[in-house]
Design a protein around this ligand. Structure first.
Ligand SMILES: *Cc1c(COP(=O)(O)O)cnc(C)c1O
Length: 372
């Protein structure tokens, strides 16, 4: 599914030199590597502010809290995402309100969100948190229009979408604030946990910086109750190196995705019910994941596993059906598109160093499964 050692072989010396420089400096908290990485991200994302933190989960939490979301507020988001999308809203003391996805893009359906905003019955909806799932931006034409009409704030869950864009504007510069994750499987990957918030607002920037360091703007004077969520300096050093290789890596992902499409079509698999990823022409999809819909998905996955071909399900159980989120009061059937997607999606191996012969093997195995 994913072989990290291939990239590491190429960048080993640069990464080790960056790590050694931190060791030699003996500065392990914030410092020039964190500043340097934050600056590099502001350039890459064309967002005026970037603040490193400990994880993508913390980045979501920091972005929401710094945007002023707290008890009594509601935030609309998708049930078809990683758990942190919803848990970060709860961590802020706010209430997650869920809306179904668009079946083509798997992203939050703007029509479903609008319906909630128009009839928000008792909920004070302060924000919407679209997720750029699998590396493709949510429909930002619609969400930015909603921001104007309803006065909501927009927080991007951009954990899977570093380098993606919408009408030429990068993820991270679209909303009031955005959260990135550098978890090792993401397309920009640290060597451990790491995350980052970008924002277009100087107030949010100042507040995230304060909140990630115990609410301190001046040493040992605490203006508010924050927490410890700094970006580790060693991780920042690694990320500075890896960020340089990201545009090339994202391009390779796009080329591999196009090649998968061609191979699937040549094998006539769409005629047998395989649905290939939809690419919205208004954006640029970075294919953090290449996700198909597959008939008899679980049998296919078992068949691939027998042949030592990795695949993954993002995500098998929608968030409204998670045991820990029972108190939100949702039931099976509430979000039919998310539930259908959870039963049908399969992510296939895709990363910049994946070889063409390996890709051929994946498609041949899938064709064999369907008797092609
Ligand atoms: C990975 C991910 C997160 C959480 O990031 P961590 O760095 O693992 O805390 C949040 N949202 C989405 C959509 C993700 O894919």
């Amino acid at each position: 599914m994913l072989d990290f050692s291939r990239q590491f072989k190429v960048i080993r010396e640069e990464v080790m030199a960056a790590l050694e420089a931190v060791c030699d400096s003996q500065r392990f908290i914030l410092g020039p590597e964190v500043d340097g990485f934050e600056r590099a991200v502001t350039a890459a994302c064309r967002a005026p502010y970037a603040i490193g933190c400990a994880s993508g989960t913390d980045a979501l939490w920091l972005a929401l809290a710094a945007a002023g979301i707290g008890p009594g507020d509601s935030v609309i988001t998708t049930p078809f995402s990683f758990f942190a999308t919803v848990s970060s809203i709860l961590r802020c003391g706010a209430k997650p309100v869920l809306a179904d996805i668009d079946p083509q893009s798997f992203n939050l359906d703007p029509a479903a969100v609008t319906a909630l905003l128009e009839g928000s019955g008792g909920n004070v909806i302060r924000g919407v948190m679209p997720v750029h799932l699998y590396g493709q931006c949510a429909d930002w034409d619609e969400f930015s229009a909603m921001r104007k009409t309803f006065g909501i704030c927009l927080i991007e869950d951009a954990a899977q979408a570093f380098g993606a864009s919408w009408r030429g504007m990068p993820a991270g510069a679209l909303g009031d604030a955005a959260a990135f994750s550098f978890y090792p499987t993401k397309n920009l990957a640290a060597m451990g946990d790491a995350g980052l918030v970008t924002t277009t607002s100087p107030q949010i920037d100042d507040r995230v910086r304060s909140l990630r360091a115990h609410g301190m703007r001046r040493r040992y004077y605490h203006d508010e109750i924050g927490w410890n969520s700094r970006l580790d300096t060693l991780q920042a050093a690694v990320l500075q190196v890896k960020l340089k290789y990201l545009p090339e890596g994202n391009l390779k992902r796009q080329q591999l995705a196009a090649r998968y499409d061609t191979l699937f079509q040549a094998a006539r698999l769409p005629e047998l019910g395989i649905v290939l990823p939809f690419v919205d022409p208004r954006g640029s999809h970075v294919f953090h994941q290449y996700v198909i819909r597959a008939p008899r998905r679980d049998d296919l996955r078992a068949f691939l596993a027998q042949q030592k071909i990795g695949s993954e399900i993002y995500y098998p159980l929608p968030l409204h059906l998670q045991t820990s989120l029972k108190s939100l009061g949702y039931r099976p059937g509430d979000f039919p598109e998310s539930e259908k997607a959870a039963a049908e999606v399969l992510a296939l191996p895709i990363y910049p160093e994946l070889r063409h012969d390996e890709q051929d093997t994946v498609v041949e195995a899938i064709a064999a499964f369907y008797g092609g």
